[in-house]
Design a protein around this ligand. Structure first.
Ligand code: TMP
Length: 228
């Protein structure tokens, strides 16, 4: 696959690409869902086979789990049940969508993946990180993203954006600012532990600047991997 495109006036060269699993992560209000959609549209326009999906959800079983785990009425849900519901949704998505798409040669873009579990249920809720990694490994069969991009945003700015943005509120939105601070710090720790996999983007900047960075990072990653 050979192509050239322009982002922010700069030429981005897509010389080749291979199946790649890319995840977007971040605290609330960083604009992940709209940014990943724009990235998806951009890659499709370049003629790249790309599959866009999200967690929790992305399958009909996962969507049912999503409705349950995010239901604001479910105040009695314990952290362990929450963790297992997210993990069940993930297992279904990996086996039904992500692995088959990668095997078919597609790039897969996923809005959240297991790093959300480590950040929210681990650093946020305080569940044991070693146990979480084992459960996550079981749920995914050990499938790791090739690239994970953290859309990083100040917690109070992100929460305010979310409240004012007309988005559907979920059970996690009802958590304290301190919880969301732990989640954000958790993400930073995860990124430090695996610098080759993670890239951090400042999502507090204008949307088009964030999108230009995202595209440049992904295109650079395509150019650095051999053809499949
Ligand atoms: P979103 O679709 O708006 O990003 O909402 C997903 C919410 O679910 C968000 O608050 C983060 C939370 N979450 C977890 O707590 N653990 C997980 O493993 C995943 C995938 C999401």
């Amino acid at each position: 696959m050979h192509d050239v495109c322009l982002v922010g006036g700069h030429a981005l060269h897509i010389t080749h690409y291979a199946p790649m699993f890319i995840t977007l992560e971040g605290p609330e209000g960083g604009g992940k869902s709209s940014q990943i959609r724009l990235l998806y549209d951009f890659l499709q326009a370049q003629g790249i086979a790309v599959r866009l999906t999200r967690e929790p959800g992305g399958t009909s079983i996962g969507d049912e789990i999503r409705a349950c785990v995010h239901n604001v009425q479910n105040t009695a849900m314990c952290p362990e049940a929450e963790l297992l519901l997210y993990s069940a949704s993930r297992a279904q998505l990996v086996w039904e969508v992500i692995r088959p798409s990668l095997a078919a040669g597609s790039v897969v873009l996923c809005d959240r993946y297991y790093d959300s579990t480590l950040a929210y249920q681990g650093y946020g809720r305080g569940l044991d990180l070693t146990a979480l990694r084992q459960i996550t490994h079981f749920a995914t069969g050990g499938l790791k993203p090739d690239l994970t991009i953290l859309l990083d945003i100040d917690v109070t700015v992100g929460l305010a954006r979310r409240t004012n943005g007309g988005v559907e509120m979920n059970r996690l939105d009802l958590e304290t600012v301190a919880f969301h601070q732990r989640v954000r710090q958790g993400y930073h720790q995860l990124a430090v532990q695996e610098p080759a996999r993670w890239v951090i983007i400042d999502a507090g900047r204008p949307s088009e600047v964030v999108q230009a960075d995202l595209r440049a990072i992904v295109v650079a990653r395509f150019s650095s991997v051999p053809d499949a």
